[in-house]
Design a protein around this ligand. Structure first.
Ligand SMILES: CC(C)(COP(=O)(O)OP(=O)(O)OC[C@H]1O[C@@H](n2cnc3c(N)ncnc32)[C@H](O)[C@@H]1OP(=O)(O)O)[C@@H](O)C(=O)NCCC(=O)NCCS
Length: 295
């Protein structure tokens, strides 16, 4: 998601969009989703879209001229929380009310007591009008990983096995305060690597790294403290291919510090926003999302 996207004149009054219907999208719409992303200078990110179609609901508005005019993805975790992402309106259709219509549709369909998203500077005013409130900021860090002499000499974690899945699901559900079974069960196949940290009474942390358009994304990561999270990150980064990306909330100085110490730089910042009830769960243990579109 770049920050350089140049919107049209904010003061221009544009003809409102015709009452184009919202529909649920399916895998057949994937090529048009990627074209729409490109229209907004976002990467195509086919694997991420596929995961969103697998675990969430993707809605869109067809462009009468062909392709898609707008998309949004909503992923429900039980009745507690839904993550909203991939809110995109084609440049030629923006500031005509499509974004609001689509987001309102996703909000009505979610049925959860809380909605969570991270907003670009373009989305934030719209979301504020719809009742979302800012709770923090998140920055994407990107670059090539440089190991540090201060990194743990030996891994603090081990590769996750199929036998760890129940413990990992339980840990994730405690941190999120909502079951993310469909998503987390898919991660071992989706991720290039997954690792766990084990304490005397079982798994205390888990993390994953996955390939996206030539980049390895670090996340999810759930741990009991910053030191464990940083050690697990170093383990994941040490075996990752190519440049890295991680999306870190600013309330996580241990991780922003880890990123800067290991050669990564801040690429762009978004606002973390919620709607409805406060977030459930134990957010202190939640260090990295799978992607900001999913939490
Ligand atoms: C953010 C984004 C989705 C908004 O979509 P949109 O269709 O332009 O949204 P809307 O038209 O419903 O509302 C946007 C603004 O246009 C205004 N607007 C709506 N109809 C209008 C009209 N006919 N004439 C002029 N302005 C109008 C709205 O009041 C709103 O104003 P605000 O920014 O002060 O709140 C779109 O700009 C986009 O895709 N940006 C790039 C990708 C991105 O950043 N996505 C958000 C990720 S969190």
């Amino acid at each position: 998601m770049p920050e350089t996207d140049s919107p049209i004149d904010q003061n221009e009054v544009r003809p409102s969009s015709p009452d184009l219907p919202v529909r649920r999208l399916g895998f057949d719409d994937l090529p048009d989703c990627m074209l729409l992303a490109e229209d907004r200078d976002w990467s195509r990110e086919e694997r991420k879209w596929r995961l969103l179609f697998d675990v969430g609901e993707v809605y869109g508005i067809d462009d009468p001229a062909g392709g898609l005019a707008a998309t949004v993805a909503s992923t429900r975790y039980g009745t507690g929380v839904a993550a909203i992402g991939m809110m995109l309106v084609a440049r030629r259709h923006e500031r005509r009310g499509l974004g609001r219509r689509l987001m309102t549709h996703a909000m009505k369909r979610s049925g959860t007591s809380c909605l969570w998203l991270t907003a670009t500077e373009y989305g934030r005013p719209l979301y504020e009008r719809l009742g979302f409130r800012a709770i923090g900021h998140s920055s994407a860090y990107t670059g090539s990983f440089r190991a540090r002499p201060s990194d743990p000499a030996r891994p603090v974690s081990r590769p996750m096995t199929a036998a760890d899945l129940p413990a990992v699901l339980a840990l994730d559900a405690e941190a999120w305060g909502a079951p993310r079974t469909e998503l987390v069960s898919r991660l071992p196949a989706f991720c290039a690597s997954m690792r766990v940290v084990e304490g005397p009474s079982g798994v205390t942390a888990y993390g994953g790294a996955w390939r996206n358009e030539g980049v390895t994304v670090l996340g999810p990561l759930i741990a009991r403290d910053g030191e464990t999270a940083s050690g697990l990150l170093s383990d994941l980064a040490a075996e990752a291919e190519g440049p890295l990306r991680l999306d870190v909330e600013h309330r996580r100085p241990a991780l922003t510090g880890w990123a800067e110490d290991h050669g990564l730089t801040r690429a762009f910042t978004t606002t973390v926003m919620i709607h409805g009830d406060d977030l459930p769960g134990d957010r202190d243990r939640l260090f990295l999302p799978v992607t900001v579109a999913l939490g």
